[in-house]
Design a protein around this ligand. Structure first.
Ligand SMILES: [Zn+2]
Length: 281
């Protein structure tokens, strides 16, 4: 089943895309259009639909928030369609020259994305005729991820910072402590709407993001407590009665899992321990 939905928030146009072979899609990518700027490009599984749905827009520039395949999947096709420039944070531009391989689960959900060698770096502001968007680094979910913030209108394009107030699994390179720091820094801004790439919150966005912060902090604390008692990753997983989504884990070859969340906490604590060890005489 294929789902395409369009919605408006003030002057912003939002587009929701989801496709699944059998039954209703569970995951959606969103792209946003505001004042000539297209924010992210969706996934290549829906390239045809995305090209068709956006063809009437007067896109003057494209900005990609990070290198993941559900954001960069159609940069080349849309840049060609609109004959415009495509920007991204410097780190994203570098990663996209030779992007990391994706798992089978990601391939069937989102689809492949080709390398892009000529994205134009932009790291501080992106301007449109009527707006200025601040580019704010929010690493953790991805090392190169940024949010776009329009301070006058209090719009926050939060990329994958939110997704949900509860998270069931991590990619193997996601960092929980950096995510927590990124959410804390974003919560210091004045905003209410969360123009999320998967699950937009057009009301009470800030409250929803606070919930996610609390979830991650609680998860971190519970794992840290057991680690400090001397338990290893597998024992911690059992003690906390965590449950793995085995289908996701299997299809991703282990690159998406709840165990990755536990390991992310342990990595942080182990790095901290090593630092203390190095500092002690
Ligand atoms: Zn992502």
């Amino acid at each position: 089943m294929t789902i395409i939905k369009e919605f408006n928030y003030e002057e912003i146009k939002g587009f929701k895309f989801g496709k699944q072979l059998f039954g209703k899609p569970k995951m959606f990518s969103h792209i946003y259009f505001i004042d000539g700027l297209l924010i992210d490009t969706g996934h290549s599984q829906m390239r045809k639909e995305i090209i068709k749905t956006t063809e009437h827009l007067a896109v003057q520039q494209i900005f990609t928030t990070h290198h993941h395949e559900d954001h960069t999947g159609n940069v080349l096709a849309l840049r060609k369609q609109f004959n415009c420039k495509a920007y991204a944070p410097t780190l994203c531009c570098e990663i996209m020259k030779n992007p990391p391989k994706i798992s089978f689960a990601q391939k069937i959900t989102w689809g492949e994305r080709p390398p892009i060698v000529d994205l134009i770096p932009k790291d501080t502001w992106i301007k449109t005729p009527n707006h200025q968007f601040q580019i704010i680094p929010i690493p953790g979910h991805a090392i190169d991820m940024v949010a776009l913030y329009e301070p006058r209108r209090k719009w926050l394009f939060s990329s994958d910072l939110y997704v949900n107030s509860y998270i069931g699994y991590f990619l193997n390179n996601e960092c929980i402590s950096t995510q927590i720091a990124s959410i804390r820094s974003i919560l210091a801004l004045d905003f209410d709407v969360l123009l999320c790439s998967h699950n937009p919150q057009l009301k009470n966005g800030k409250q929803q993001l606070v919930k996610k912060l609390q979830f991650l902090e609680t998860f971190f604390e519970r794992v840290a407590l057991l680690y400090n008692e001397g338990l290893q990753a597998k024992e911690i997983f059992r003690q906390l009665k965590l449950k793995e989504n085995n289908v996701v884990k299997l299809l991703s070859g282990g690159s998406l899992s709840k165990m990755n969340m536990v390991k992310s906490v342990l990595n942080h604590l182990e790095v901290g321990r090593k630092k203390i060890h190095m500092l002690s005489p």
